[in-house]
Design a protein around this ligand. Structure first.
Ligand code: ZN
Ligand code: ZN
Length: 401
């Protein structure tokens, strides 16, 4: 968010962490970069070793009928988006503030996942990478992507240290990088293109995820300068609005190119930045986008079957960890942009009417599931619905037991 703390430490950091850097064998000096504690030759050796290990594996292809779930997690004033990909893999883009780290780990585990196959830090600001060290420590991690931008903050150092300790390498996130290409599923980095200067927001990795006809764009805190440079096709059904709806993002030209049906603003209640701005909201309304906001809607989940997108609001932040105060609203949405949003009631019968029903829990998760739920691990434990509820388990949002 702020411009403070930016230093071009890249000669040191990129030499250590980024595999595409030509200076990978340069000796590490300790002159101007003493604030980055990870810049030791020991670390450099470890990461060089890690980066030389061939770990390329092709991603599985989505099975017939598989769905993409995109969770815009309510982390207050910050960003975090978790993708349950239709090929069974997972992706996390940003991890909120430091206090959100363990909440995000719990959220992901409750969905039945222990691994993040693709971890993306859009840029080094604390409201995006704050919780990421905890996420790296708390879950299995596949590939890590970051733009070539760094900060001398402790939060950023902690993240680098966590990555280093796990023996992971960092892949550079920049325009043209393909993260995943598996049948109808494709994830590309479309920015940063050619950013210079000291505004870290502009270095934000902008990610486009495509599943069949449906497209999702994640912009981090990218501003107008970055938006202007993007040459890739950014047309998308769902736009994660740049920089929490700040006036420095979402230029009319860019918005016209994206032309979203839905806009999601990840923003904290009564934040001191004045996000989202009236200017951003007005532009989004004018283009006809339905706006969702984490400060008003809580965590928002979009589901795509590759043709149609549905929206589900959880109405609770991960902080509260409380059941929704009212039944979640499922909105089935016709693919035409002009069609009104049809709100349909949840089809699941209220749980209280059927207390003797058998559901399944796992040793570590906090959710109960139907027997056939794909989020149920092998170690499933049968339990009556009433017991599951009285022990504090919550219904899985996927199988709706
Ligand atoms: Zn931010
Ligand atoms: Zn930022």
């Amino acid at each position: 968010m702020k411009r403070n703390g930016f230093k071009v430490l890249l000669c040191v950091l990129s030499a250590i962490f980024f595999t595409s850097c030509s200076g990978a064998n340069a000796p590490v000096t300790s002159s101007a970069s003493s604030s980055v504690s990870v810049a030791s030759s020991e670390v450099a050796q470890k990461l060089t070793a890690a980066s030389s290990a061939p770990t390329e594996e092709s991603a599985p292809i989505p099975k017939e009928g598989a769905k993409l779930n995109v969770h815009y997690i309510d982390v207050g004033q910050g960003d975090s988006e978790f993708l349950e990909l239709p090929n069974g893999q997972t992706m996390l883009i940003d991890a909120g503030n430091p206090e959100n780290g363990s909440q995000i780990v719990t959220y992901i585990k409750n969905l039945g996942h222990n691994k993040i196959d693709y971890l993306i830090a859009t840029h080094p600001h604390a409201d995006h990478i704050g919780g990421m060290a905890t996420v790296v420590n708390g879950l299995d991690i596949g590939k890590v992507y970051m733009p070539k931008a760094s900060s001398n903050t402790k939060t950023f150092e902690d993240l680098l240290t966590a990555i280093q300790k796990k023996g992971l390498k960092i892949n550079t996130a920049k325009a043209g990088v393909n993260i995943l290409n598996a049948g109808a599923l494709n994830v590309d980095v479309v920015a940063p293109v050619n950013i210079t200067g000291d505004d870290l927001n502009q270095y934000s990795a902008v990610i486009k995820a495509t599943f069949g006809d449906n497209k999702f764009l994640f912009t981090g805190d990218a501003g107008v300068e970055s938006e202007k440079q993007i040459t890739a096709d950014v047309k998308a059904d769902v736009l994660k609005v740049g920089h929490h709806g700040s006036k420095t993002s979402t230029s009319q030209a860019f918005l016209s190119k994206v032309n979203p049906k839905y806009a999601v603003i990840e923003v904290g209640k009564d934040n001191s930045y004045g996000h989202p701005t009236a200017a951003a909201l007005e532009k989004l309304q004018k283009i006809g986008a339905t706006i969702y906001r984490t400060d008003k809607d809580g965590t928002i989940i979009f589901t795509s079957d590759s043709k149609t997108i549905t929206v589900n609001k959880k109405s609770s932040s991960i902080k509260e960890q409380a059941p929704p105060s009212s039944a979640p609203v499922a909105a089935a949405v016709a693919p035409q942009k002009t069609a009104p949003v049809e709100k349909t009631p949840e089809v699941t019968a209220p749980a209280t009417e059927n207390k003797s029903y058998t559901v399944y829990i796992t040793k570590t998760g906090g959710k109960y599931h139907t027997g056939g739920c794909r989020y149920l691990k092998k170690s499933k434990i049968a339990i009556s619905l009433s017991d599951a509820q009285s022990q504090g388990y919550e219904p899985c949002s996927v199988c709706n037991p």
